[in-house]
Design a protein. Structure first.
Length: 423
């Protein structure tokens, strides 16, 4: 089968590299990583808690150490990257762009640049890693190998889902690494119409209230069911009466929605408002004595960290760790005392600017999974300086906390005609 080329356009800054902060490359491995995530989510409604069957499905569709993948991917030429610390979307001047987009980027990709008094430049947050800027285009070449048409079909569905709902590189859950499929060259795949793999328009996201294999991905479901049957699974859809232990596409175990009110003129304005809304959503307690703006703190900082009798740390349901100050952090962890291992728990809330031209909205979605699926994993306050931090008292973060928070966010954002959480 010949190679087919997808033309891809970077919609929001893409942070993808091999650890070198001075260069950025879009790697096939990163795209494949996204395909694995979304394939597992697609197959979860069939595999349920049978993780061995889930692995067999994954191996057949995307290959393993013992079997060649039935889909080959190539990137013939890399898009241009930038090392500009203050690009147009994050200017040095104090502005909503700098404050709120850098808030979403987080400390792993940004750092504070002090004021340069000699040049009259204000202090501002800068980007510390190379990135592929919005507007850059590159090709992704696809070749389907072997005779397993079911595997080919499901692999294309996973690729489509990964680019339409996910993205490439770091901070995709906070709106970065967005990719649009703008063209197909070299013939159709699997006799699908050539436009079947193109990214959908804004109306597709506006009509999405939960995550299910819709649009092009719906073409993959009959093939996925055939693969699941060959993997020994019964012919039924798993109802997940309890929250899944991993992200699963489900009409009842996911929630999604777009921002209400009018559209935004571009992705930059989407993320400016998203950053400010998220800050106020997380920290809603007005605290006039602080020296920074906005003058807000989290309820958990005021009422739990500083109260030895409180352990209800609902904020952790949006992801861990949470770093309050250099000497105060909250971690998911395994074990006790000095031997405890700190763990990461990714945020269940995904934010993505969607649209084109001068009409954009914020698309938010979440997988309603168990927050801490392993019984031996707990949540603790950690105190101390640098490497001397030690596990302190136990806190409580529940699955119900996590689900309530993401539902509150999505309901608030979708119903608001203006701002939802900013006073």
């Amino acid at each position: 089968m010949p190679w087919t080329t997808l033309r891809l356009r970077v919609e929001t800054p893409l942070f993808c590299g091999d650890g070198d902060p001075t260069s950025a490359q879009v790697r096939v491995s990163s795209i494949r990583g996204g395909m694995h995530f979304w394939l597992r989510a697609m197959a979860g409604v069939l595999a349920g808690k049978d993780l061995d069957a889930l692995r067999r499905i994954e191996n057949r569709v995307l290959g393993s150490t013992e079997a060649v993948s039935p889909i080959r991917l190539r990137i013939p030429a890399q898009p241009r990257f930038s090392t500009e610390p203050f690009p147009d979307f994050l200017p040095r001047a104090q502005s909503p762009n700098n404050k709120w987009i850098s808030y979403l980027l987080g400390p792993g990709l940004t750092a504070w640049e002090p004021r340069d008094q000699r040049k009259g430049l204000p202090g501002a947050t800068k980007i510390t890693r190379a990135f592929t800027p919005p507007g850059e285009e590159f090709d992704l070449r696809i070749k389907l190998v072997g005779e397993d048409r079911d595997a080919h079909t499901v692999a294309l569905g996973a690729l489509w889902m990964s680019l339409v709902f996910g993205g490439i590189g770091a901070r995709t859950r906070r709106g970065f690494g967005g990719i649009r499929i703008t063209g197909v060259e070299g013939g159709s795949l699997l006799d699908w119409p050539e436009n079947a793999l193109l990214s959908p328009g804004l109306d597709f996201y506006e009509n999405t209230k939960s995550l299910w294999p819709s649009g092009t991905a719906s073409r993959a479901m009959p093939a996925l069911m055939a693969i699941a049957e060959k993997a020994g699974l019964p012919k039924r859809v798993h109802d997940w009466s309890a929250p899944p232990t991993y992200p699963v596409l489900s009409k009842t175990r996911t929630v999604a929605g777009v921002s209400g009110g009018g559209t935004f003129p571009d992705w930059v304005n989407v993320l400016i408002q998203a950053g400010e809304e998220l800050r106020h959503f997380r920290a809603s307690e007005f605290t006039p004595q602080v020296m920074y703006s906005p003058k807000v703190k989290t309820r958990e900082w005021l009422e739990v960290v500083h109260d030895e009798d409180r352990d209800d740390f609902a904020l952790g349901g949006l992801g861990l760790p949470i770093v309050f100050k250099k000497d105060t952090e909250v971690h998911a962890d395994r074990g006790e005392g000095q031997e405890a291992e700190t763990l990461r728990r990714a945020s269940p809330l995904w934010l993505r600017p969607v649209g084109e031209g001068d009409e954009w909205r914020l698309f938010s979605f979440a997988f309603l999974t168990e927050f801490l699926p392993e019984e031996e994993v707990g949540v603790h306050l950690w105190r101390g300086q640098g490497g001397g931090k030690r596990q302190s008292r136990e806190l409580t973060v529940t699955t119900e906390d996590s689900h309530a928070l993401v539902r509150e966010w999505i309901e608030g954002i979708t119903e608001a005609e203006g701002t939802a959480f900013v006073p």
